[in-house]
Each structure stands twice: as structure tokens, then as C-alpha cells.
Design a protein around this ligand. Structure first.
Ligand code: PHE
Length: 338
């Protein structure tokens, strides 16, 4: 055999070795460096080459053998990370992000705290007193039917009544009056709420935010101004609010709140109703509610508003989510879009 043919065989072997991605270090050792290994057999053939060419022809084989032997030794040494090619580009670790509903909660908090509201949080399992009765809804009042309530199996309290999962964030109203003792009150309460309902547009657990302002001389104008401010901050400049007469037991007068559609500019599109979105409720705090919180309604007045975060958020993004339950599915393919 000539030196050149010998070197060609070594090069062929080197290529074969590179393609051996499926073999472990020990399998490679056996296949190439063992008694009958490919390198061992090739090394033996060196005797067939002219003595003068042996040195030049043998060198590449030795290099290859040594490289493989070093790699095999390193792979078997647990303290060395073997087969690491430091020149390979790194693998980016997956980076998560804040859940869209948490993003919306942070944004709403910022909008209201920047005009002097204080973020409050109250129990999500609360007494009937705070969820209904102190809000001017005595036991057996028909208005309660609107809040499809989950009751908690817990002994009722004589004054507080039964325990329920909070059906709205309005349970924070009287609690905040009690916490502060007296006005001024400017509260933004954001919390989970629960209702006995589940379909493509409702989840049994959802989120609401509630505003409450009580002070001397508070009027509907303050309420309307606050709604307009929120509309512009959250949905963008030019967005307006609209209030329509409605009924709630805990506000008088009461209104439903609409925002002008920021997607079509109020002209009407597939996301809105003739240029408007219905979002929630509001009104002037009922004197009985102020009394329940120990505040004299002859001295102080206030307004309150509240609605769901899920809807507020999906409207903002112009998201036509067919099934709102997707928001809580933990499905990364869905969540990674936001
Ligand atoms: N709590 C009411 C609801 O869940 C909304 C509301 C809050 C209405 C505050 C008036 C004042 O529908």
C-alpha cells in the first residue's frame, strides 16, 4: 500500500467517525480503539507501507486516535463536561411573561393610584353582610338573584350571616369605610370574584375592579370625570364614557357604563354595539351603605363603580376570544401570543 492510499483511508475513517452521533463514548472506544477496533486494525497495516513513508502516513492516524481517546476519557470523567463544543451557539432559555390578566391589573392599578386612589384587597371568602346585606340587600331580597352565589359550608354568624365566595368586589366598600374610619376615601379594590356560571363568555372565577370615592361634596360629575379619565388612559386618547340609567341596590342613582369603541372611533364595527362597549355598573353610594360603614350620609356623599377585568382587557386588545376560558387554560400556545 502507498502512503497516499493509507492517508485516504484515515480521512475516510475520520468522516465516518464524525457521523457517529448515535454512539456512546464507550461504544466508540470499542468500535475504533478496541483490540479489533478500526483504528487498531489500520495501525497494524502500517507495516505494509514503505518504511520511508511510514512516519508521514502514521501521524494523522495517531492524531485521530489521541483525539478520540481524550474525548472518551473526558466523557467517562463526570467532572468534565465531555463533548462540549464551545463554539456552538448557545441555547436561549425559555422566558415567560406576566399573564395578560395580571398585566391588565397592574395597568389599572397604576391608572388609579396616579390620581390618588389606594389599592385595597379584601377577603375573597366573605360574610353575606359585606357582600349583600350592608349593600342594602336584606336577606331574601330579590336583587340578590343576579349574583349567582356560591355558599361556603361554614356555620353562619348571627350578625354577619352565611359565608360566601365574593360575587363582586363591592364587598370592599363597607370594609374600606371601616378600615379608614372616616372619609376621604379613594379606593381601588381588585380581586377575584366567583359566580355559579360557566360558558364561553363566563368563568366561575373572574376578576373585578371596584372604585369607591367618599368625601364632602362628591357628585356625579366627579364620577363621570373619573370614568372619562380611565377611558382615555386605558383605551387611548379620545375614548369617551357614557352612563345610562340602571338599578343597583347599593347606588342611587345607578348607571350602566359604556366606553366609546377605540377600534372604530365610535362609528360602529364588529367588536362593538353601534360604537359603544358596555362594561359595567356605577352610581352614587346609597345612604344606607354609607350608614352601614359608619358614615353620615347627611355630611358625606360618594360614588362607586365596578366591572370585570377580563372583558375590559379583551376589549382593549380587540381580541375576539371565542372562549374566555382559554385565558385560564394555562395553554402556552395561547398565552405566548400576549
Ligand atoms: N357590583 C356590581 C356588579 O358586580 C357593579 C357595581 C359596582 C355597580 C359599584 C355599582 C357600583 O355588577
Amino acid at each position: 500500500m502507498t502512503g497516499t492510499t493509507y492517508i485516504q483511508q484515515i480521512e475516510l475513517m475520520q468522516r465516518t467517525l464524525r457521523a457517529e452521533t448515535g454512539l456512546s463514548a464507550n461504544e466508540l472506544q470499542q468500535k475504533y480503539l478496541g483490540v479489533n477496533g478500526a483504528f487498531t486494525l489500520l495501525a497494524k497495516q502500517i507495516t505494509e507501507i514503505d518504511p520511508g513513508d511510514r512516519k508521514v502516513a502514521g501521524q494523522p492516524l495517531n492524531n485521530l486516535k489521541n483525539a478520540l481517546a481524550t474525548a472518551v476519557a473526558a466523557a467517562n470523567n463526570p467532572s468534565v463536561k465531555a463533548w462540549v463544543d464551545l463554539s456552538l451557539p448557545g441555547r436561549r432559555p425559555a422566558v415567560g411573561h406576566v399573564h395578560p390578566i395580571s398585566q391588565a391589573m397592574a395597568e389599572i392599578t397604576k391608572i388609579f393610584t396616579s390620581i390618588g386612589f389606594t389599592r385595597a384587597r379584601y377577603p375573597e371568602i366573605d360574610w353575606d353582610w359585606y357582600v349583600f346585606e350592608s349593600l342594602n340587600m336584606p336577606p331574601d331580597h330579590p336583587a340578590r338573584d343576579e349574583w349567582e352565589t356560591f355558599f361556603v359550608a361554614h356555620a353562619p354568624d348571627e350578625k354577619m350571616g352565611q359565608m360566601v365566595l365574593t360575587t363582586h368586589t363591592s364587598n370592599g366598600q363597607v370594609r374600606e369605610m371601616e378600615r379608614l374610619g372616616k372619609p376621604p376615601i379613594r379606593m381601588i379594590n381588585i380581586a377575584r370574584c366567583y359566580r355559579r356560571q360557566q360558558d364561553v363568555t363566563h368563568t366561575q372565577m373572574f376578576h373585578q375592579f371596584e372604585g369607591l370615592v367618599v368625601d364632602k361634596g362628591i357628585t356625579i360629575q366627579h364620577l363621570k370625570g373619573t370614568l372619562d379619565y380611565f377611558a382615555e388612559q386605558f383605551y387611548g386618547p379620545g375614548t369617551k364614557s357614557r352612563i345610562r340609567p340602571f338599578h343597583f341596590q347599593f347606588t342611587e342613582p345607578s348607571f350602566e357604563v359604556d366606553f366609546s369603541c377605540h377600534l372604530c372611533g365610535g362609528t360602529g364595527c364588529k367588536f362593538c354595539k353601534s360604537g359603544w362597549h358596555e362594561v359595567g355598573g356605577c352610581g352614587m353610594v346609597h345612604p344606607n351603605v354609607l350608614r352601614a360603614g359608619g358614615i353620615d350620609p347627611d355630611v358625606y356623599t360618594g360614588f362607586a363603580f365596578g366591572w370585570g377585568i377580563e372583558r375590559t382587557y379583551t376589549l382593549k386588545e380587540g381580541l375576539a376570544i371565542d372562549d374566555i376560558r382559554l385565558l385560564y387554560s394555562g395553554d402556552l400556545q395561547f398565552l405566548e401570543q400576549f
